[in-house]
Structure formats: structure tokens, C-alpha cells
Design a protein around this ligand. Structure first.
Ligand code: PLP
Length: 409
């Protein structure tokens, strides 16, 4: 969607969620009345042409979202991509990827060249950090990790070709909220492109482009899909960057399966109601945890103890289901005693599905510009769509197990 069109789009975000990406040519049959509601699954590798002239014409055309070859997608993926674009006012387009990590990697490869410097937030998702150190390093691209809440950035720019600033807000595991408008304004003034991993808030609670971000990245695996059954990533960019992102994605052969795109689009329609419920449940659990004697701190962007909470209050229209709490004292065994006996929380990676999860985390391993000092071990929770009263009762029993293990009871 062009800037003009999105400027004219006065629909509220929930209305856009219900309507986006449902073009008549993808939901109806030529010359026939009637249309289905959701664009169906179009599976394809080969596209057939009437004659050589049409084949040549299709090959010469650079038009986005036209049938050409399965790798360039079919209406199922285009519909999802368009819907994500419509959720980011000011976006030019969206490319889809087989995972969130693939989306991060391709976006970085699209903007960076050998000899460039990348400014990377210290609280970045661990595989993002590993990509910088293991892949970008080997291409002669330097990464400087910066303090998430620092404004302005205290990094030496002299003699460096700083090309890109990468944000993730709130940060993975430790949930620092960043001053996105200030950081993006600084970047723009210095000719630096900004990318942001926006998986936690999604464009529903934090549209990134209107806050100055050029390229917004989602691990769709989490809240867009929402049901723990599909891996996917997306990159949504403004008019300055979309063509570069699209071309890089094509050249890396990145695409998603039509079935996965269809499931993700189905998830997207209910993002509003799901996030509202994740938000309410997580706030109930977080506020309860904050008052427990075994808990030192709760790192939830909507709670004052969270670094950058004021930025969250200023910029975000909601909070979601993922946060961390720090225990008072205790060791690995005491933490495991808490987690292992939980009845309503799964133990595993990822998040964003309808089910609650508990994960032991050790942020110190993934920090270099900052240091993680904690009163005890930490646990990251994802609050699913269960009744929070059941989750709180479960955690209360867990804290009792933790206390017994910690105090040698
Ligand atoms: C999970 C996650 C990713 C990666 O997404 P995958 O689909 O698992 O590859 C990227 N960023 C954040 C913040 C995540 O939590």
C-alpha cells in the first residue's frame, strides 16, 4: 500500500485485522457472482502460459504479486503479506519467511555491506546476536552492541560506516523498553537505517513504522500464528526499503508454504481478541507475582520495575503475554523444583500460542554491553488463554516448592 493510500485509511486496527488482504480477485471466480470470505490455499510450483509471448511477458515483468513461479508465491501468501502491510501505516509491502530467524537474517543481509557497522541492541534475541557474530563478522561487517535504554547512544561512530541500527523492544528475556522515536530520529539524522524486531507487541499494540522504524520484523511464529503449529517470519518495510528487501528475499529463495500462510492468516484474524486475553491474564499473574515474598522483581513492560517502563506507557497501546520474574535467592535446583511441578505451564521454547509456558532463563550468557545482575534465578512466563486464577494457584504451589528447596525444607 502506498503512503497516500495508508494516509487515507482511517479504519481502526481491529477493523483492518478483519478486512485486510481479502482482495476480490483472490476470493471469487472470474465472471461469477459471489465470493468466499478467506482466500483459499493456492498450491503451485509451475505456472502455465497460453503461449510463448505470454511466458516472455511474465518473465520480463517485475510486478509484485503476479503468478510467475511458485517461489514468488500465490494469492495465499500475498493475502497474508498484504494484511500485515495494512497493519503498519506507511508501509510499502511485506515479505514472508520460513521463520522469524530467516526474516531477521534476510533483513540484515539486505541492508548491510562489507565494511559496514551495525548497531545491535544488547537485549536482542539470542539467534539474532549469534547471526551477527557468526555470519556478519565473516563478511567483514562489524557489530557494536549498545545499551537498550540509552538515549542518545554512547557508541563511537568516528571512522566507521554505520549503516544500520537494530532495535528489539521490549528486549528478549529482560524486557527493556526502548525510546524508539528518539533512537529512530537520531538514526535518520545520521543517515542510518533502522530495523526493529517487533514480535512482542505486534503492529496491533505498537505500529513500528509510524514511530520512525524503516523495517519492521515479526516472528509470526508467535502471536500472528498464535496456535504453536506454524513457523513463519515477516519483514514489512517503507517505500525506501521495500524493493531492496523484496529483491534480497527473492535472491535468497525465501518463501513460505501456502498452507502455512493460510494458517497464519487464520491466526491473524483473531489477533485482537487473543492479545486482549493474553494481556489481561499476564497482567493478573504479573501483579500477583510482584507481591510474593519469594519474588525479587517482575520484568513486565507495563510494571514500573521494568527498565524503560515510561517508554512503554508513552508509546504502546497494550502489553502481551510474555514477561520474566526474578526469584529471591535459590539455585538451579530450586528453580527446577518450581517449574517441574507446574500443572498448567508447558516447559519449552517459543511463545505466542494459546497455552502457557515456563522457561528457565540465564540472560548473562547473551549480554555484552550490559551485565545481568540478579537476586536469584529467573523464569520467563508466557501466559496463554487459560483462566489466570488457575495459573496463579499453580504458581503459588510452585513458589512453595521453590521456598522448600531454597531453604532446605
Ligand atoms: C522467537 C523469536 C524470533 C525467531 O522466530 P522463529 O520463528 O522462532 O525463528 C525472533 N525474535 C524474537 C523476539 C523471538 O522471540
Amino acid at each position: 500500500m502506498s503512503d497516500d493510500a495508508s494516509d487515507r485509511d482511517e479504519r481502526k486496527p481491529l477493523t483492518r485485522l478483519a478486512q485486510a488482504g481479502r482482495k476480490p480477485e483472490w476470493t471469487g471466480m472470474p465472471g461469477q457472482p459471489g465470493a468466499i470470505v478467506s482466500p483459499p490455499v493456492w498450491r503451485a510450483s509451475t505456472i502455465l502460459y497460453d503461449d510463448v509471448a505470454h511466458l516472455r511477458k511474465a518473465a520480463a515483468s517485475s510486478t509484485h504479486e503476479r503468478l510467475f513461479y511458485g517461489r514468488k508465491g500465490t494469492p495465499t501468501a500475498w493475502s497474508l503479506a498484504d494484511a500485515l502491510t495494512e497493519m503498519e501505516p506507511g508501509a510499502e509491502g511485506t515479505m514472508l519467511f520460513p521463520s522469524g530467524v530467516a526474516a531477521v537474517a534476510c533483513a540484515l543481509m539486505a541492508v548491510l555491506k562489507p565494511g559496514d557497522t551495525l548497531l545491535m541492541v544488547d537485549s536482542a534475541y539470542d539467534p539474532t546476536r549469534a547471526f551477527c557474530k557468526q555470519i556478519l563478522d565473516s563478511y567483514g561487517i562489524e557489530t557494536i552492541f549498545y545499551v537498550p535504554t540509552a538515549v542518545p547512544l554512547a557508541v563511537p561512530l568516528d571512522g566507521r560506516r554505520v549503516r544500520a541500527l537494530f532495535l528489539e523492544s521490549p528486549g528478549s528475556l529482560t524486557f527493556e523498553v526502548q525510546d524508539v522515536p528518539a533512537l529512530t530520529a537520531w538514526a535518520r539524522a545520521n543517515g542510518i537505517v533502522t530495523l526493529m524486531d517487533n514480535s512482542w507487541a505486534t503492529p496491533l499494540y505498537f505500529p513500528a513504522l509510524p514511530h520512525g522504524v524503516d523495517i519492521s520484523i515479526l516472528a509470526c511464529t508467535k502471536y500472528i500464528v498464535g496456535h504453536s503449529d506454524v513457523m513463519m517470519g515477516s519483514v514489512t518495510a517503507n517505500a525506501d526499503w521495500f524493493a531492496t528487501i523484496r529483491q534480497t528475499a527473492y535472491l535468497f529463495g525465501q518463501m513460505v508454504s501456502p498452507d502455512d500462510a493460510w494458517l497464519a492468516a487464520r491466526g491473524l484474524r483473531t489477533l485482537g481478541v487473543r492479545l486482549a486475553q493474553h494481556q489481561a491474564g499476564a497482567l493478573a499473574v504479573a501483579h500477583w507475582l510482584k507481591d510474593q515474598p519469594e519474588v525479587a522483581r517482575v520484568l513486565h513492560p507495563a510494571l514500573p520495575d521494568c527498565p524503560g517502563h515510561a517508554y512503554w506507557a508513552r508509546d504502546f497501546s497494550g502489553s502481551t503475554g510474555l514477561f520474566t520474574f526474578v526469584l529471591k535467592g535459590g539455585d538451579e535446583a530450586a528453580r527446577a523444583a518450581l517449574i517441574d511441578g507446574l500443572a498448567h505451564f508447558g516447559i519449552g521454547y517459543s511463545w505466542g500460542g494459546f497455552e502457557s509456558l515456563a522457561l528457565p532463563i540465564d540472560p548473562a550468557r547473551y549480554r555484552s554491553a550490559t551485565s545481568w545482575k540478579a537476586e536469584g534465578p529467573a523464569i520467563r512466563l508466557h501466559i496463554g488463554l487459560e483462566d489466570p486464577a488457575d495459573l496463579i494457584a499453580d504458581l503459588a504451589a510452585g513458589l512453595a516448592r521453590f521456598r522448600a528447596a531454597r531453604d532446605g525444607g
